[in-house]
Write a protein that binds this ligand. Sequence first.
Ligand SMILES: [Ca+2]
Ligand SMILES: [Ca+2]
Length: 209
Amino acid sequence: MNIKTGSAGAKLAPRYRSLLLTNKAFTLVEVIVILAVISILVAIVTPTVLKYIAEAQQSRTEEDVRSISVVLNDLIKDTGQYPGSKLPIVATVQTTFLCSTGTKLGGSWGDDTTCADLNMHLIENDPSQDGTTGGTGDYRTTGRRKYKGPYVQVINEDPWGNAYQINAASLIGGNTSPTWIISAGPNGTFETVPTATAIAGDDMGVRLK
Ligand SMILES: [Ca+2]
Ligand SMILES: [Ca+2]
């Protein structure tokens, strides 16, 4: 019995050795090589990924300002009224810009006090911002030239968290100054002034007129 058991144990021994070899820990050199390979891959892939993200953000911004431009034109055609003539006084301050959600950067553009809510023109008919649709200061709700919105389902902030802005005080009948629908772009600062006839810096926008 003792001899048989000993013989079986001797036969199993190489299998255990093999298992031990298979599960052995990585050596320090192997770990260093693996980390080096991973860092090289990250270094190769990261700039490409960042470039794709930047391009996607730029495309979305161009698409957003174009869409806002199209629906604003629809609103003007339908109602025969210009959004600039419907900018409300909010907390005793006359608003002069129309802004989407997002941070209102100010400077030569609108801030929290000078921005009126763009959604009140394109999604709801309440440019007077008094919570009542179709009242004084809002678009007509009857007749041939009535408000036919909502003109868009949602207007997002730009990809960098800032508001799309329109220098809407110039968007009134007979005014020939430029009207922009604009984003401050990736750097979050407006380089274009509202009276400019061309986009400056990394801002992105379209001229409504
Ligand atoms: Ca109203
Ligand atoms: Ca900029």
